[in-house]
Design a protein around this ligand. Sequence first.
Ligand SMILES: [Zn+2]
Ligand SMILES: [Zn+2]
Length: 143
Amino acid sequence: MAKLNIRNCARCKKIFAPTSGEKICPECRAADAELEERVKAYVRDHHGLTVNQLIEGSGVPAKLIWRMIQQGLFENAGLLDAEYPCANCGKLITKDVYCSECAGKLKENAQKFAAALVSKRAAAEKKSKTFSDSMHDMMNSSR
Ligand SMILES: [Zn+2]
Ligand SMILES: [Zn+2]
């Protein structure tokens, strides 16, 4: 069955058709690209900026700048620091999405979740096995 591939833009909530799993609509992407250009130009024109100066000076939302830093767009671009907050606790970090503490916790949670899934599945398998075993017994006894 063909599934109509549409979703709500994560930013403006407008419905659009993603072509390769994008979360925001083309208009928001274009707006982002424009802002990114502004940020890049600002960094080019002002050497030796800190991230905060860049956020204040360019007038671009901090989130977008943090994402650009995260993507490594400012490596060797003349920024004094390339720090942004951990997506979970807000501690300043320079790589990945989460700080090492949060990353560890999240990993732990993910493992717990996976373990819970596995034991659930094992229980379900046990059940179906018992069922097939009893079928087997039944067939054997009717022989
Ligand atoms: Zn949008
Ligand atoms: Zn954290």
